[in-house]
Design a protein around this ligand. Structure first.
Ligand code: MG
Length: 386
């Protein structure tokens, strides 16, 4: 029998984490689950550990270690606290780390995993947005380390590129559903509340990324992510609105041919490919149906209603700490919107003002990036304060 790939999942109880759980459950003959880590949903984490026969479960909250240990079946280790995820990714019995931690918490574990020579399947785009240059240097210095995309757009591009030479690539086209406000007027966007912004037409995802889809900040973050994952200059990156979310992204080749990857909008496609890479496995994922006909629309993004892509281009042009600042300002703004403190369009104002106030520094160290992140958060927090 073939050796099973030994997997660790960071963020196992979130939206991507649950989809990963389903993929791992479907292929017990392929995967051995070494460890699962989650933030605060201890009950669910313990359930997952039991179902997948994991050896270790980790919670980010050090105060809940005993509570977690009590809920786990005998023989399953419990660990807790901020360093527990680092210890987890460095374990000998882990081959692949899938990182789906929401927000910026994935940065340190991902760097540690690459340094330890692991394959990282990356769903947490913030890692590359904040520290793309640093991650690339870590990759270059680490013989075994490897990064595989889990974001659906980047997985699509990765599948289309399939070993092509850089000089054959004319451009990468990221598709965007357009989110909850694709057809909304400025007035409707200004009046929208949290629930309205969460009404995503095609994908079922966690709240942060759904709000980011509505503002197109998700695509802004994904542009920076693509720039680092595929080492392409910003001018070769393009975004197209594609409301059906069936074409997950495209690659334009030097001769003008376009390659695209299509599937139902279900994150398990990208997760399964990252986990089984370089192989493909038959499974029970939902197939596209053409029996009723299938209409695919594409349109240019409206940058007047949605200025997010301009921020991404500015952040890529300035480089260094600027993408981390864009990301931090967005996270603070989304939280403010969630608390009802600001109207939706103020998300963009907060990002714009925070970026304008930032003095860019090169990405020389992690502490520099974290300091820029911290300063941007405190700057953004005092904007629009009542
Ligand atoms: Mg995506």
């Amino acid at each position: 029998m073939k050796c099973r790939k030994r997997i660790a999942v960071l963020g196992s109880t979130g939206s991507i984490g649950e989809s990963t759980f389903r993929v791992l459950s479907a292929f017990p003959e392929r995967f051995e689950v070494t460890a699962l880590a989650a933030n605060s949903r201890i009950d669910r984490l313990a359930d997952q550990a039991r179902c997948l026969s994991a050896r270790l479960a980790v919670t980010a909250d050090p105060a809940r270690r005993d509570e977690l240990a009590r809920r786990l079946p005998p023989g399953v280790e419990a660990d807790a606290g901020p360093d527990a995820m680092i210890r987890l990714v460095e374990r000998e019995d882990v081959d692949l780390v899938l990182c789906a931690v929401v927000g910026t918490g994935g940065l340190l574990p991902v760097l540690a995993a690459l340094r330890a020579g692991k394959t990282v399947a990356l769903a947490s785009k913030e890692v590359l947005v904040m520290a793309g240059e640093l991650v690339r240097r870590e990759l270059a210095a680490s013989p075994g380390g490897r990064l595989l995309p889990v974001d659906s757009e980047h997985s699509a591009i990765f599948q289309c590129l399939d070993g092509r030479r850089p000089d054959e690539i004319a451009g990468l086209i990221l598709t965007a559903s357009g989110g909850a406000f694709r057809t909304a007027t400025r007035e409707e966007i200004a009046a929208a509340d949290w629930q309205r912004a969460l009404a995503h037409p095609t994908w079922k995802m966690g709240p942060k990324v759904t709000i980011d889809s509505a503002s197109l900040m998700n695509k802004a973050l994904e542009l920076v992510e693509a720039r680092h994952l595929f080492d392409v200059p910003p001018e070769k990156l393009k975004v197209l609105i594609h409301p059906q979310s069936v074409v997950h992204s495209m690659v334009e080749l030097a001769d003008g041919a376009l390659l695209a990857q299509l599937s139902q909008p279900d994150m398990r496609f990208a997760i399964q490919y990252a986990l089984t890479y370089p192989e493909r496995t038959a499974g029970d994922l939902p197939k596209l149906s053409f029996s009723q006909g299938l209409t695919l629309q594409f349109e240019e993004p409206d940058r007047k209603r949605f200025p997010s892509l301009d921020f991404a281009e500015e952040a890529m042009r300035r480089g260094g700490t600027m993408p981390a600042v864009m990301n931090a300002a967005n996270e603070v703004a989304v939280e403010k919107f969630h608390r009802g403190e600001i109207a939706f369009p103020a998300i963009w104002s907060i990002i714009e003002k925070t970026m304008a106030a930032h003095r860019v520094e090169p990405q020389e160290s992690l502490s520099q990036i974290l300091e820029a992140d911290r300063a941007a958060r405190s700057f953004a927090a005092q904007l629009f304060r009542k």
